[in-house]
Each structure stands twice: as C-alpha cells, then as structure tokens.
Design a protein around this ligand. Structure first.
Ligand SMILES: Cc1cc2nc3c(=O)[nH]c(=O)nc-3n(C[C@H](O)[C@H](O)[C@H](O)COP(=O)(O)O)c2cc1C
Length: 173
C-alpha cells in the first residue's frame, strides 16, 4: 500500500512524520551494508552492522556513520581515535546478521587484523576505509561519527545491499 503525502500530512505528530512512515520512507533508499569496527579501551575489537555510511567530502576525504546511543558499541566508538568501515559483499549476509545480533563473540573465527590506524580490518571485506575519528556530533538518539580516511582498499566483487528492510543483491548483468 502506498503511503501518500496526504497520509503524511494527516498523520503528522508534533515531532514530524510518524515513526513507521519515516522508517518506511528511509527504507526506500537502497544502501550497501558495512561492519564498523573499533578497538575499545579493553583492547578488544568491537563492531556493528551499519548502513548509515555516507561519503561526505573529497578534500579532505571524510565519511560518516551514525550509531544509536543505545548500541553497546557506542561506548567504544565514543572513545576511540580511529575506526574502520568494512563493506560486505553479497556472500557475507551472515556476517551482517552476526554483527547486528547478540552474537556473543562477533569476531570469533573471522580473519581480521589491526590496520595502519589501529582499527580492526576484516580481511575478506569487499572494501575497507580506515579512519581517524575527525568529529563526533550528537544528533537525536544517534551520534554521527565523522572519519578522516587514512587508508582505503577495495577488491573486485558484488556488494550486499539493503532495501525495504531486506537484504538484496544486484541482478546478474
Ligand atoms: C542492515 C543493517 C544496518 C544497520 N545500520 C545501523 C546503523 O547505521 N547504525 C546503528 O546504530 N545501528 C545499525 N543497525 C543496527 C545494529 O547493527 C544492531 O542494533 C546491533 O546489534 C548493535 O550492536 P551493539 O548493541 O552491540 O552495538 C543496522 C542493522 C542492520 C541489519
């Protein structure tokens, strides 16, 4: 069922559009899927699945991710001087699910190492951006983490996609 702008206007709350409509509209924006990773003060790797990645600036090379205040990984990201965003390929949906769930040991069995910035890099990722934490900005119930890109790598492959609340893949061409 299409949600029209009439519904939108009629359903407005004081805060803006109804949450369900807002979620549904945002879900209409197809994205890739990444695992954002960081070393915590405990010296251990932490990570979560993200699709809030955006490239921001070329000069200097800046990106951002948004992490919810209630995420357990929010703490480690808030104190770390560097982090990485590891883009997943179409075979890596299980990795996305692992890093979005209550899996007790998200890095267990994975090939990962600390990159040049010290942030954890997933060896089998489709692409990786390693960043120095450039700015942090609270925005509603999330914090926006801006990263200054220090290292980048990419291999051939097809990305894992997310659209309408479901994982998707590119059609074969
Ligand atoms: C495809 C996908 C994209 C997601 N993107 C984000 C995101 O950008 N920011 C965020 O805070 N949570 C995002 N999540 C939710 C987190 O991955 C999930 O809540 C995770 O369990 C948080 O782990 P933590 O509580 O250990 O930090 C996403 C989940 C999925 C499945």
């Amino acid at each position: 069922m299409a949600l029209s702008s009439t519904h939108n206007k009629a359903g407005n709350t004081q805060e803006g559009v109804p949450a369900a409509l807002f979620r549904r509209v945002c879900g209409a924006f197809a994205t890739g899927v990444g695992v954002a990773t960081v070393i915590g003060r405990d010296g251990k790797p932490h990570g979560l699945t993200v699709n809030s990645f955006t490239s921001v600036s070329l000069h200097p090379p800046l990106i951002l991710i948004c992490i919810g205040h209630r995420a357990a990984t929010h703490g480690p990201f808030s104190t770390a001087a560097s982090f990485a965003v590891n883009f997943l390929d179409e075979t890596q949906q299980p990795l996305s699910e692992r890093f979005a769930s209550s899996h007790p040991a998200r890095f267990e069995g994975l090939r990962w190492s600390c990159g040049a910035t010290g942030a954890p890099v997933l060896e089998d990722a489709l692409a990786v951006l390693e960043c120095e934490t450039w700015r942090r900005m609270d925005a509603g119930d999330h914090t926006v983490f801006f990263g200054l890109v220090k290292e980048a790598r990419v291999r051939d492959g097809r990305p894992l996609l997310y659209f309408g609340g479901s994982y998707r893949r590119l059609a074969q061409d």
